[in-house]
Design a protein around this ligand. Sequence first.
Ligand code: NAD
Length: 420
Amino acid sequence: MVTEELNPLKICQRQIKEACEQLGLSAGVYEILKQPQQFIEVSVPVKMDDGSVKTYLGYRSQHNNALGPYKGGLRYHPDVTPDEVKALSFWMTIKCAVVNVPYGGGKGGLVVDPRELSDDEVERLSRSFMRKLAPFVGPDIDSPAPDVFTNSQVMAWLADEYCQLTGSGTGTSGMGVVTGKPINFGGSVGRTEATSRGCIVTTKEMLKKIGMSMEGATVAVQGYGNVGGYAAILAEEAGAKVVAASDVYGGIYNSDGLPTKEVWEVTAETGSLTNYDNAQSITNEELLEMDVDILIPAAIENQITSANAGNIKATVICEGANGPTTPEADEILAQSDVAVVPDILANAGGVTVSYFEWVQNNYGYYWDEEEVNERLQKIMVDAFHDVYEMSQKQKVNMRQAAYLVAVKRVADVMEVRGWV
Ligand code: NAD
């Protein structure tokens, strides 16, 4: 029975408070960072296919915009709550500051299960949501992105509605209102794999620090969606052997290594990697405790807790998911010398390429994939080293160090702007 704190809002408030105390910042910094600057709640009406009208609750949390416009995903999910949206917006402030991109933190959501709606209903709902959000968002104010159960098509409807509402056409002035758009409508090449690419870049840097390399390393990946699937494929391309992978239905294991692209195709065709034949079945719990060099939790939050942290055998954990490790588990991992590349660093490649998309929209000139990946690589390597050096200097773990780097960057700008 897990009794530790699992409320993400309480967890990140605590993490930011500890960083403020350790940095010896004035009380005003935490006073501002302890809650979002603005929280928007709207009722979103939509005409259903049968002619009836329904309303859905929508939220947007704008945590802090000291460094730049608020930035963060919009999720459509029946379990969306104000606290969850707020917590995720805190993390976006921290994540953008860790990779040093000029964005603040935002997050939003609609309380809806889009799988129960037709495509036309999702389109009308998204356009209606944008009409409610339009006074609060914009390329220089707040720029949402895809998240759980939203995708590039939803972003296209949101961007189109915003451009029509504001008369900004599809020129440079309105397109940056959301990122994660389709490539032929202002999206950036390289965005789909960006989060996973960032995971692999930072994992390689961590491996170098402990005298290991990706070549021949064994890997287990929890979650085989956008982040986990591409992380597995890129790890294999970098010379690692992906021996285990899982999704919500269970896991698969093969000590000779899984053909990651084939597993991806089976998942796309059948809905689950468990339908891949040439492997042994395992559970998600077994996968997490497997004796591998690298463990990549890339599914959901609270997977490594005080209940299983002591059994983790991986040398490096790269957190593709947001919040997969609880604070109590973190302490246990630190005692057993597991090297953790924390979520706010490891999975920041996605927001970094979202930033590239916004830059390209703003100047109306588009880069090729090589340029996107090179720029991403540099930002992720620099961020890794900033965090690693902070961890050595302050003698703290990588997660605490990432908070120290990020909170200091935000606090310095708040100071120079005269907020504290
Ligand atoms: P996704 O929906 O594409 O994939 C999620 C995967 O996790 C699926 O394989 C699903 O079956 C599996 N899963 C769900 N519940 C599970 C459970 N209880 N046990 C085991 N597996 C389970 O989502 P994604 O975009 O890959 O996101 C995964 C995580 O990464 C989330 O925490 C998300 O917030 C985070 N993240 C995503 C991005 C991005 O660019 N997509 C960026 C930063 C962080």
